[in-house]
Design a protein around this ligand. Structure first.
Ligand SMILES: NC(=O)c1ccc[n+]([C@@H]2O[C@H](COP(=O)([O-])OP(=O)(O)OC[C@H]3O[C@@H](n4cnc5c(N)ncnc54)[C@H](OP(=O)(O)O)[C@@H]3O)[C@@H](O)[C@H]2O)c1
Length: 224
């Protein structure tokens, strides 16, 4: 049983709360604009509806699942970088925002979205995951077995974090496949409009795609 603190309990964070609580983990939820909804989610998942700093303090693993433009606010409300130091932070965000007046993929100056967020709390161990598939699809596809089990791509710079994160992704009902590190040439393929983004993969095809793409500049990112 792992203590999980969720900061951003919306479509994706709410799913993760249900998946992991369902597998026996101890989940605190936080950072909703709707306290009644947060309390309903906590009741449903057997956890607690808390403030982000309490969720961060509770979690051995902290899930950061907020709109891209809310990341700084969420990190600050969690207690800032010091509160996240030593934690595993699972980042589900995608770098969408306004680009020339339209919704699009933000240009992060050659950095991945994951690296951009890592700099906001460098003492944490960051993992990028749960960001390639829609919340609706994740909710229906979790728990499939055998050849139909859906791949959940993840990336991290930490070899030590790999067994724990793979175990949590398995508990959530998916097949973990690592895209690599948080460098744009690895994780970028699983970030907004990258080659692995938005597609359902199964194990062998996912491993082959990662092996083909790892270390290359993602073609689909950095453009609106
Ligand atoms: N939705 C998807 O299908 C999907 C798929 C893959 C990745 N992602 C990424 O995962 C992250 C979370 O996505 P999501 O769809 O789960 O987001 P969301 O439901 O719209 O919002 C996430 C959480 O942030 C909260 N929040 C607090 N203050 C807010 C404010 N001022 N403005 C907006 N939200 C505020 C929301 O509150 P409320 O509970 O009151 O709404 C919610 O709990 C994003 O970076 C997104 O790009 C999303």
């Amino acid at each position: 049983m792992t203590r999980i603190g969720i900061i951003g309990s919306g479509h994706i964070g709410g799913n993760i709360a249900r998946f992991l609580a369902g597998a026996g983990h101890d989940v605190f939820v936080s950072f909703s604009t709707d306290q009644a909804k947060l309390e309903k989610l906590a009741a449903e998942t057997g956890g607690q509806a808390t403030a982000p700093d309490e969720a961060a303090a509770h979690g051995e693993v902290v899930v950061l699942s907020v709109p891209w433009g809310m990341v700084d606010t969420a990190v600050a409300q969690a207690g800032g970088p010091a509160a996240l130091a030593g934690k595993i932070v699972i980042d589900t965000t995608n770098q969408f925002g306004q680009v020339e007046g339209r919704f699009g993929v933000l240009d992060l100056g050659g950095k991945s979205a994951a690296e951009t967020n890592t700099a906001k709390a460098p003492g944490a161990t960051w993992v990028k995951a749960f960001n390639t598939l829609t919340a609706g699809f994740q909710a229906t596809a979790a728990g499939r077995r055998g050849a139909d089990r859906v791949v959940l791509f993840y990336a991290t710079n930490s070899e030590a974090a790999v067994p724990g994160i793979e175990s949590l992704i398995n508990d959530a009902g998916f097949d973990p496949v690592r895209t690599g590190t948080l460098a744009r040439t690895d994780v970028g393929h699983q970030e907004a409009r990258g080659d692995l983004y938005g597609e359902e993969f199964h194990h062998d095809d996912a491993v082959a795609a990662v092996s083909r793409l790892r270390g290359t500049v993602p073609a689909g990112t950095g453009r609106p």
